[in-house]
Ligand binder design. Structure first.
Ligand code: ADP
Ligand code: ZN
Length: 821
């Protein structure tokens, strides 16, 4: 092949064609990474196609094509399946293909490539011929750098010479044969981990040595090796056989064993306690649902299911069996879970069922662990993958089934470029690979439920809990009344405190949930109502007691707590809303014997802290979890009989059309945490909006009633799922410029949208009008036709790009945005 088409991980939608030098023509493969010149530098691109000739339609001039530098992978990293799905994402979400490909590879592989420049003997000769004092030319400077330590890097050279000069000098030096250039990935971790190991050699090779008897220490080593099957890590052998390194070396010299280097696997679950895997008899409802899923697998065609099962109805058991069926058919299986919160529990469960066939991906894996898990899948050593959003790109082949648990979760949506939704990508991947996809939830998203209603998804329902356990009773506690009768705002209604006390007295567990973090949410002046907001982000600052300061959760701005209200100078600054820390403190004071763990983003930055708390709570070593919504989901603690929601109001007040849906989901999910064992559960929800429809229906656990009311609202106001939505967010430090760009884009949209197939709203300030020091202005688009909307956006942005002062690079294009902040 003579030409390679390459996608670059840049904000560019097009691909680039390069000429392949002779040396690369044979080895270049689609899906491999290649170093190519771009502008005045080199960039790592992904080969997406190879061509024998140039397509005349592209209008490329053979003589103007640049030549590719170097192939980085002998084996392509991107499988054809993954290439396909990334291309779909790039099309559907208007995301640069190269960025999507980059996101599809584990971080360790995306490490920046460093060019190592080594001086040759000829180079040294040349250098010695140069005037000794000063190296004047760029070439001489690079030579000297390399000569000093034997090698240098392009980075180093660029620091001294500027990149363009350095690149040029290196190219000339290579041509002259004075240096050689090799490439090395800069993240040292992202390589296979290697350790010294010891292997017993087969007896016939050392039969002649039998004459010399072994010392006790030597005997000990041989026996230890035999007991583990003949091979173990050097360090472990030293410890287990109480041996010294020299004894092992002696044995090696005598030809009895061999010391070698082997790859060791970094296993994210190494040493983890695995749950028992009991063989349950499926309930009739489970059996029916599984039967349909497996029948679809039998057909070997694409099928999508929405598994709508109340919490505790046994969905997980169905997932596991559907995956087992895929393996039985010699195919592979994938399970996506919303976020790190759920992976420790699920990955242990899957490991218990599938052993080493499971590979795990989530955000808190180390680079090394991720790298190893990825390679196990790629090499086919693992055939089940569980992970968060980006696991949808796992290099598994022959997918039989994909499970998306808690499909309604917003965390399936990537919140930075490339914007994509892991759930929707999973459906598309299943479609392309003729697999079965199962979307599971107790509270399906409006979009998925509507798809099920229209027959796009097959609908499976589990309407009762296992063993017909009662659903938890949810009750609303009207905080306005608590305020009226007490004369001051209270954190807890007396009913909730009483319930906590009773639950504790019975030796049962409780969960107290709050939708915020920090000690206390914000400051409010009682006399004038002024709040203290972040000067960069336009969101209220949160008071953190441990640091005695106000912190912005978006940009991390830190500020001292003022003595008086900055607006009216009044002294009545008052904390409204409470944080997990404060709640923990109040409860601990009221109930000293309560063993409480607090889980929020502050305490769980480290994976182990989070896992420890969850595992200890599960084992009954803790009485209460206090936390943010991350504790609401998925866990199965049979001894939890009380869930208290301290405040739902903040969530209801968000300027987002999905606020009601989110509140409904949150309450249904938490209610699902109570009473999962044989004990009945109780859910108490504190609110200042007791009549809100989302709360009423959530308390009644009535999904259908909520759906009917919500879908009407969506229809009347033209929101998804009735229209496709897109947002164009213009951001930048200069407000005038941001506004000018937004106005130009709006104009271009109107011009290209003569028939008004697409409704255009804005530009308006985004709800977060300032973020990380930038102004944000957004334009929203609504249309019944997503392709038409996509075409319009492309046309308008292309148009706007040619207008001076209009900065297209400052626009984030989001198709199907999930978060409109
Ligand atoms: P969901 O995922 O729908 O919330 P789970 O799959 O976690 O529900 O199941 C709830 C509980 O019921 C778990 O403890 C699970 O082990 C148990 N369970 C599931 N299926 C059965 C069954 N067929 N028989 C007995 N117990 C079951
Ligand atoms: Zn801020």
């Amino acid at each position: 092949m003579l030409y390679a088409e390459v996608a670059l991980p840049l904000r560019l939608s097009q691909t680039f064609t390069y000429r392949l030098p002779l040396a690369l023509r044979r080895d270049a493969r689609v899906g491999a990474r290649m170093l190519v010149p771009f502008g005045r530098t080199l960039a790592t691109g992904y080969i997406v196609a190879l061509h024998d000739s140039l397509d005349p339609a592209l209008g490329l001039d053979e003589n103007e094509l640049k030549e590719a530098e170097e192939l980085l992978d002998a084996e392509p990293l991107i499988t054809t399946d993954v290439l396909e799905i990334t291309r779909w994402i790039s099309d559907y979400y208007a995301a640069p293909w190269g960025e999507v490909l980059k996101a599809a590879l584990p971080a360790g592989l995306n490490a920046t490539i460093e060019q190592i420049i080594a001086i040759t003997p000829e180079g040294r000769d040349e250098l010695s011929r140069l005037p000794p004092r000063r190296a004047v030319t760029a070439k001489a400077q690079v030579l000297r750098l390399a000569a000093d330590a034997g090698t240098t890097t392009l980075r180093e050279a660029s620091r001294e010479l500027g990149q363009p000069r350095a690149v040029k000098a290196v190219r000339e030096l290579v041509r002259a044969g004075w240096v050689t250039v090799a490439h090395r990935s800069r993240t040292a971790q992202a390589r296979a981990k290697k350790r010294k190991a010891v292997k017993l050699l087969p007896p016939d090779e050392h039969a002649g040595n039998g004459a010399r008897a072994l010392t006790n220490a030597q005997q000990q080593i041989i026996e230890t090796l035999i007991s583990v099957g003949g091979e173990m890590l050097f360090a472990e052998l030293l410890e287990l056989a109480h041996a010294s390194a020299s004894t092992i070396q002696t044995l090696e010299r005598r030809g009895l064993l061999e010391v070698f280097v082997r790859e060791v696997r970094r296993d994210p679950l190494a040493g983890a306690r695995l749950p028992d895997r009991d063989e349950l008899r499926l309930t009739e409802a489970q059996g029916r649902a599984l039967g349909e899923i497996n029948a679809a697998q039998e057909e070997g065609k694409f099928a999508a299911f929405l598994l709508h099962g109340v919490t505790g109805s046994g969905k997980t058991e169905i997932y596991i069996r559907a995956m087992r069926e895929a393996l039985r058919r010699g195919r592979s299986a994938m399970m996506l879970v919303p976020e790190i919160a759920l992976t420790p529990v699920f990955s242990r469960r899957l490991r218990a069922h599938f052993g080493d066939a499971v590979a795990i991906f989530h955000s808190s894996l180390t680079t090394g662990e991720r790298f190893d898990e990825w390679h196990r899948l790629k090499r086919g050593e693992a055939s089940v993958v569980i992970g968060t959003r980006s696991a949808v790109f796992a290099p598994v082949s022959n997918l039989g089934v994909i499970v998306v648990d808690e499909e309604h979760e917003a965390s399936y949506r990537q919140q930075e470029s490339p914007y994509y939704n892991g759930r929707d990508t999973a459906v598309m991947r299943a479609h392309k690979e003729r697999a079965v996809v199962v979307l599971g939830s107790a509270t399906p998203s409006m979009e998925s439920f509507q798809n099920a209603r229209q027959g796009k998804y097959r609908y499976l329902r589990l309407s009762s809990r296992i063993a017909n356990r009662a659903m938890a009773r949810a009750e609303i506690l009207d905080m306005r009344e608590v305020f009226r009768s007490g004369g001051k705002p209270e954190v807890f209604a007396p009913e909730l405190l009483a319930a906590i006390e009773e639950t504790h007295a019975r030796g049962e567990q409780s969960i107290v949930l709050l939708n915020r973090r920090g000690y206390s949410s914000f400051l409010l002046c009682r006399s004038c109502g002024e709040r203290i907001n972040c000067s960069n982000c336009d969101v209220t600052l949160t008071f953190h007691r441990s640091e005695r300061s106000l912190i912005c959760h978006y940009c991390n701005l830190r500020q001292r707590v003022p003595d008086a209200c900055p607006a009216c100078n009044g002294a009545f600054i008052f904390f409204i809303g409470e944080g997990t820390e404060q709640i923990e403190e109040i409860l601990q004071k009221l109930f000293p014997s309560l063993r409480i763990a607090r889980l929020d983003r502050d305490t769980t930055a480290r994976r182990s802290t989070y896992e420890q708390a969850i595992l200890r709570f599960g084992a009954g070593e803790l009485d209460m979890l206090v936390g943010t919504q991350m504790i609401a989901k998925g866990h199965d603690f049979p001894n939890v009989t009380l869930v208290g929601v301290v405040s739902v109001d903040a969530g209801l007040a968000l300027p987002d059309f999905r606020a009601a849906e989110r509140a409904f989901q949150l309450i249904t999910q938490v209610a699902g945490r109570a009473g999962r064992g044989s004990l009945p559960g109780r859910v108490l929800i504190q609110t200042y909006h007791p009549h809100h429809y989302a709360l009423r229906h959530a308390c009644a656990q009535d999904f259908d009633a909520f759906f009917d009311e919500e879908i009407n609202y969506r229809k009347n106001l033209s929101y998804p799922p009735f229209v496709a939505l897109a947002s164009l967010l213009v951001h930048g430090q200069d407000l005038t410029r941001v506004q000018a760009t937004a106005a130009e884009v709006r104009r271009a949209l109107d011009e290209a949208n003569a028939e008004r197939h697409v409704r255009v709203l804005g530009p308006a300030p985004a709800p977060l009008a300032r973020l990380r020091g930038e102004h944000r202005v957004q334009i929203l688009l609504k249309s019944r036709s997503r392709p038409r909307m996509r075409a319009l956006i492309e046309m308008a942005l292309g148009e706007a790009a040619s207008i001076p002062g209009c900065d297209i690079g400052s626009i984030n294009v989001e198709i199907d945005p999930v978060n409109l902040m």
